[in-house]
Structures are given as C-alpha cells and as structure tokens.
Design a protein around this ligand. Structure first.
Ligand SMILES: [Zn+2]
Length: 323
C-alpha cells in the first residue's frame, strides 16, 4: 500500500547518471524563501549537523530559512530554500579572507550530531546532493567544507581575539573516512584564515580534527586516504590553456638523474602543511619548477593542485654562485 505523504510534492532532482535521481520533498519549504535575494556566486558547499532530531530541526530550519537542503537519517532530502537564493546558515563566518559565507555558499543541514556516525542511507543522500551541487557550480572536493571550518567568533569574555572554533557543527565531515564515504577525495590542508593571522585557534580539538589526524569514524566507514589541498590556490578556470612552458627549448627531464644533469636542485619536500606555494612561492606552478614522486617527474605548469601529495620533492634551477 502506498504511504500517503500529506502535501509533499516530489520533485526529481537530476543528479549524476550513476546515481539516478533523488526525490526532493518540499513540504518544509521556508516561508522566507521568496524574500531571499539570489546569490551572485557559489564557491563553497557547507555541511552542517542539526544537533537536534528531525522533527524539531525541520520546523526550525523552515521557519527561519536557515539552509537550502536538510537530509534526515532515512535519507529523505527536504528543500528549505531554493539553491540559488541566500539562506542564513553560516552566521558569523569567513573563508580565505572572505566574510559572510552565506553570500557565496550552499548550506546542507544533516540531521545528527557533529561527533556521531550517520546511517549509510543518509550518507548516500548527502553525497548525491553534494555531487549534484558540485557539478552545477563547479566546486572542487576541498571546497565542500564543514560549518565549523568557516564559522568564527568575535572577541568576547573568554577570547581576546577573533577566533576559529565558535562551533563544532558538521565536524565529522572533515574526517577522511567520512569524506571518502561521501565520495570526496580531498580536504583543505590548513585553515587559510588562521595561517594569515586573521583568526586564532579557539578550539584545539576542533583544529586537530579539521586539519590533523583524528578520525573517530573510521571504524564505521573504513579507514581512507584523501589528498590535502592548499585552499588559497585558485583553481585554474576550466578550459584555460596551460601556460606555455618557458623552457620548451629544453627537453623536459624524465628522471631525477636528468633533473640533476640539467642543473636542478631539490628545494623541499611537500607535507600536509608545507605545500608547493610555501616551498616555491609564486613559482610553484612555473614551467621550470618540477615535482618528483615515486620516480615520476611532473612540470609545475602541468601539476594539478588537486593531485599534490605529501612526499613530493620540489625542484628549481640551481642558483649560480655570484648571482
Ligand atoms: Zn551549522
């Protein structure tokens, strides 16, 4: 027998062909929707945890227009605010120096708690919505962030400085095992606003989960390895022609021995925090910068920043004495 869905309207949302379509329930569409302005840019997807059960969360989110989608434990997806309009989900927030994250992001509320595993039915639906939005707005994996990553707190009684760590919302979505379960292959390697001293760390545990090792979800979702990406590097616009190599007169070295023979030296090794931009500065993607990994030689102007791995050596032309 068919279950009656009250006034629920099911709208098919086209997602990647492999996943088919997911039905979207509009029963909790926000009364604030029509008055919200359209966004001019969408560069982040922000994942939240409701920290409350579905029933009260849905009502609250809808009344205030506080997210675009809400995904419940059974994998049901609710539309709260149209994805192209502004929803008030991130509050006091900043990413990479840009404040008011609501103005350039889509927010997904996931019913559950920041430190508790979610059922696979829910993970699958979150993943489908995320993939759909990534495709629609051309958002790379590391720009799918958690609310706790972008929220910040102002000076208050306990904190003398503007600080990251106002809340732990969505924290689990930074863990490699959870990202892998969502089909996300990378994560920001560091906090761009803390690195630039715009903010200080206000929650050590959160900072460790977001940028360090702890992965308390690997028992549920299986241990996983993901890539760590420099969040301050702007991705090349799609379809842009690669920079013509300035060393095209020279044969591109195929091995470390050839690099040495052509006068290159290793100037550093990539780690999670020591990224190409830090090692080679603005020359990180120059044609005469090379990366070596497991015997492979990759010119800097060919290197895809999403494929930067710890352990890569960075090579630059040896400085000539007296110059
Ligand atoms: Zn949140």
């Amino acid at each position: 027998m068919m279950r009656r869905l009250a006034v629920a309207v099911l709208v098919a949302l086209a997602v990647s062909a492999s996943r088919g379509a997911i039905p979207i329930v509009t029963r909790f569409k926000s009364p604030k929707n029509a008055e919200r302005p359209m966004r001019s840019a969408t560069t982040l997807i922000v994942l939240h945890t409701t920290e409350a059960p579905a029933k009260s969360a849905l009502r609250h989110l809808s009344d205030r227009g506080e997210c675009h989608y809400c995904v419940t434990e059974d994998g049901q997806v609710y539309q709260i605010v149209d994805r192209g309009r502004v929803a008030f989900h991130a509050g006091c927030s900043m990413w990479n120096g840009k404040e008011e994250v609501d103005n350039f992001s889509v927010g997904i509320e996931c019913v559950g708690y920041h430190d508790k595993a979610m059922p696979m039915a829910q993970i699958r639906s979150i993943s489908a919505v995320v993939k759909f939005l990534q495709k629609t707005y051309k958002i790379p994996d590391h720009n799918v962030v958690t609310h706790s990553q972008v929220a910040y707190g102002n000076v208050n009684k306990w904190q003398k400085k503007k600080h990251r760590g106002r809340k732990r919302c969505g924290m689990l979505f930074a863990m490699p095992s959870v990202r892998n379960a969502l089909g996300l292959k990378s994560r920001a390697a560091f906090d761009p606003d803390v690195r630039a001293k715009r903010l200080v760390v206000g929650d050590e545990l959160l900072a460790k989960v977001l940028y360090g090792k702890p992965d308390t979800m690997k028992r549920t979702y299986g241990a996983a390895k993901i890539a760590y990406v420099d969040p301050t590097v702007k991705p090349k616009p799609p379809g842009a022609a690669p920079t013509p190599p300035s060393n095209s007169f020279r044969k591109i070295p195929q091995s470390i021995a050839e690099l040495r023979k052509q006068g290159f030296e290793s100037i550093g090794s990539v780690t999670k925090t020591n990224l190409p931009g830090r090692i080679a500065g603005a020359k990180w993607n120059a044609a005469d910068t090379y990366y070596t990994l497991r015997g492979r030689v990759i010119p800097g102007n060919v290197l895809d920043p999403r494929h930067v791995e710890a352990g890569m050596s960075v090579w630059r032309p040896k400085k000539k004495a007296g110059k």
